[in-house]
Design a protein around this ligand. Structure first.
Ligand SMILES: [Zn+2]
Length: 250
């Protein structure tokens, strides 16, 4: 069993820390200092670093961590990285024996072209692809690539816990309500998110089931979303492209 601990960083990032006994694996350490503070305080040992994509707020702390802890770094094999790492690609398996977990790599281009996620039977670390009630912006990929990536995530078990790297959930829910004002699950999720954020608690993780019921980017074929996306043609990709655009300006 692992503990999964969010370390808030920057304005709204989470660095995920996976802890088993004294051993820790960290995902997307954009900043080293809060991670090192956590390790020192608990007398834990860093054993590995996992990277989902090349954006600075996900890798900015890697070199400083490596200076203190010479551990393995797993990073997407679709991109050059300025530190020693093990390049990983679609379907690779990563055996993290120190924390007794194995993850499979999913290649999910869209937000960036190199973007990967780490998944097993219980957890999905989705980086900036799938957010709570939303999805990442398309900085490098096409809408078709992103929709394909999201549809890959939809094949995972509904009970999968989704850990993304930004606290965007409440704003995403408010946007989603403009598309599906009558979605009762979405209304309930808004109330829950408001209550959590009032206490400065994370809205993450969600489950894939919760995302399937409330995340408009996984629900492009729902009649209300089609209707409110303003798209006359109503294929999944047309609706996805339109609502991603709408969210950019929300
Ligand atoms: Zn990013």
């Amino acid at each position: 069993m692992i503990n999964i601990i969010p370390i808030p960083a920057f304005e709204d990032n989470y660095i995920w820390l996976l802890q088993h006994e004294r051993n820790v694996v960290v995902i997307d350490p954009g900043d080293a200092e809060p991670v090192m503070a956590h390790l020192r305080k608990n007398n834990w040992a860093l054993k590995a670093i996992l990277i989902t994509h090349h954006h600075h707020d996900h890798i900015g702390g890697v070199q400083a961590l490596l200076a203190h802890y010479p551990v393995k770094v797993y990073a997407p094999g679709y991109q050059h990285y300025p530190f020693d790492h093990i390049p990983v690609r679609e379907n690779d398996e990563i055996h993290l024996n120190d924390i007794s977990e194995t993850f499979k790599v999913l290649w999910l281009p869209g937000h960036t072209l190199d973007h990967i996620a780490y998944v097993n039977e219980q957890y999905l670390f989705s980086g900036d692809v799938l957010f709570g009630a939303g999805c990442g912006r398309l900085f490098e990929g096409t809408p078709t690539q992103m929709l394909h990536s999201l549809n890959k995530i939809k094949q995972l078990p509904l009970s999968t816990k989704v850990y993304c790297t930004h606290e965007y959930t409440l704003k995403n829910i408010q946007f989603a309500l403009t598309l599906e004002p009558d979605n009762i699950r979405l209304q309930a999720r808004e109330a829950k998110a408001i209550a959590l954020r009032k206490q400065h608690l994370p809205t993450i993780p969600s489950t894939l089931e919760e995302e399937m019921e409330t995340n408009p980017f996984l629900r492009c074929l729902e009649p209300d979303i089609k209707q409110n996306s303003g798209v006359k043609l109503s294929t999944e990709i047309d609706v996805f492209t339109a609502i991603r655009q709408l969210r950019n300006h929300y």
